[in-house]
Design a binder for this molecule. Structure first.
Ligand SMILES: O=C(O)CCC(=O)C(=O)O
Ligand SMILES: [Fe+2]
Length: 290
């Protein structure tokens, strides 16, 4: 079993992103990959609002609609922007059209509950000095061949804001992730010099979402050459600091890129009521006591 040693802990604190190959056993990878495939196979497009997902401020990405805003305790399907034709119908198979499934998998699907709340995850949270971490925003991101979209550069703490910021991403490769199929990319040490200066929030009346500036500070813009690709084999865990700049390119290759991810936040900090994701129907899952 992989141990989160003090060397790995120090490396994560220094760089803001850390890949731990072999974190999942090959049986665990298989089980999670199969479960992801089962969810895709079960997707019933009938009655779906054809909600696409984009983290960019884009009128095309209907991220503000209720299907998205009420997904924190559900298993919901978000589509690739390029998968819907002018007539509003899918231009490809439903399996290929799904960008991601979220955001309550850690609560509702036993395979993902087991992958999110366990002693290996607890050990990492303890080493990083979380006092009462909460698990939230779990998702499967598929990046299907040729259609899997880019994820623009962002910081996770601007989506899951606490005061002070505390988001931490656990990102599991369920397939080999390479530059060619849109692996993660990050700017090493950017979490140390890039404060959270804008936020993704719900508009008044929960009618939609928007990015709003929260500070006049202009953090340094990274040069595109500063992004490092994180090429990893299936079974790797990548830890993502909430303030580190990261992104991923579109998948132009013939290989899919399935990943599972969830986040934790420090439950003893104030969770902002303007965040898009709210514990509307039940409290967040506590990592240490579940
Ligand atoms: O999987 C990706 O390409 C991006 C995921 C991401 O930004 C995250 O998990 O925080
Ligand atoms: Fe992210």
């Amino acid at each position: 079993m992989i141990v989160f040693t003090s060397e790995l802990c120090d490396q994560f604190k220094r760089d803001g992103c850390l890949a731990i190959p072999g974190f999942l056993t090959s049986d665990e990878v298989k089980e999670m990959r199969n479960e992801a495939q089962r969810l895709l196979d079960e997707f019933d497009i009938e009655g779906h609002p054809m909600t696409t997902f984009a983290t960019e401020e884009s009128p095309k990405g209907h991220v503000g609609d209720q299907y998205f805003l009420e997904s924190e305790d559900k298993v919901r399907y978000f589509l690739e922007e390029g998968a819907i034709g002018p007539d509003g119908r899918l231009t490809m198979s439903k399996e290929h059209a799904v960008n991601k499934i979220g955001h309550g998998l850690h609560d509702l699907i036993p395979v993902f509950a087991k992958a999110s709340v366990n002693d290996r995850v607890r050990a990492i949270a303890r080493a990083l000095e979380y006092k009462d971490p909460m698990v939230l925003q779990s998702m499967l991101i598929f990046k299907q061949p040729k259609i899997g979209g880019a994820v623009p550069c962002h910081q996770d703490s601007s989506f899951l804001y606490t005061d002070p910021p505390s988001a931490l991403g656990f990102w599991f490769a369920l397939e080999d992730c390479k530059t060619t199929n849109g692996c993660l990319e990050f700017v090493s040490r950017s979490h140390l010099i890039t404060p959270i200066t804008s936020r993704f929030v719900v508009k008044e009346g929960r009618t939609g979402t928007e990015f709003v500036p929260i500070s006049d500070v202009k953090p340094p813009e990274p040069d595109p050459s500063e992004f490092k690709a994180i090429e990893v084999p299936a079974g790797t865990l990548v830890l993502i600091h909430g303030s580190v700049l990261h992104r991923s390119a579109p998948n132009l290759s013939d290989s899919s890129r399935y990943i599972y991810t969830f986040h934790i936040i420090e439950g003893t900090y104030k969770y902002d009521e303007r965040n898009w994701l709210q514990p509307r129907t039940k409290p967040f899952t506590r990592l240490y006591t579940e």
